[in-house]
Design a protein around this ligand. Sequence first.
Ligand code: Z5A
Length: 219
Amino acid sequence: MRQSLFITFEGGEGSGKTTQINRLSSYLIEQGQKVVTTREPGGTPEAEAIRDLIVQRDAGDWTPMAEVLLFNAARVMLVDKVIKPALETDKVVISDRFLDSTVAYQGYGHEMDLKDIDAIQKLAVHDFVPDLTFILDIDPEEGLKRSDRRLAGEKFVLDRQEDRYENMELEFHKRLRNGFLEIAKQEAERCHVIDATQDLDAVTEDIKKIVQSKLKVAA
Ligand code: Z5A
């Protein structure tokens, strides 16, 4: 039976979100679900334009507060134009990053006041939160190595690179990993920490089991 479910994937660089979203999406489609995949920042033309402003290497020296406002402007468009309409028509929506990334990157990573972030996010999307969140956990050094390999491959096909965050110091990446784990502790019912150092199939299995039980419970 088809049903709506909003799933988000979170984690540091190179943790495998994109890979696992593609695998989960294919699996759910095989099961007869209608699936919409999207990403943050992005997912609408307006939000993709904001993405270009923030994540590229030469994107400028935004302050953390300016970043939070930009990410949330993009988010409002995505929620109103894509996510909510899809959920209203019984689709499964899977987003590569959402609210927790702002808390982890701008809050824990850039050490911005978490209460300010919470207030801005509440203003932007009110109480709209994912039904299920996977936090793909990996040591930042390992994740960055994976990202480096991927970006090295992209050099030949892209003339611009989205590596502004990859280029932050290692301490920044350690803080944001800790941030994601803190979020998972505080919101244990919604958030599931997945060991992203396992091989691809083992990570996919862990994710599938949790999604299956969520779909069964809601059915
Ligand atoms: N950002 C923010 O600061 N605040 C916010 O509120 C939001 C975002 C919403 C968007 O990037 C940037 O915006 C992000 C934070 C900031 N920072 N950066 N960069 P993004 O999400 O588009 O980019 P990303 O996190 O860097 O994604 P990524 O590098 O594409 O990583 P990924 O999607 O998690 O991984 P992947 O592409 O699936 O895999 C990376 C490589 O590892 C690839 O070659 C895979 O084949 C390999 N891989 C994956 N899984 C495995 C396993 N299990 N074993 C071995 N190898 C693997």
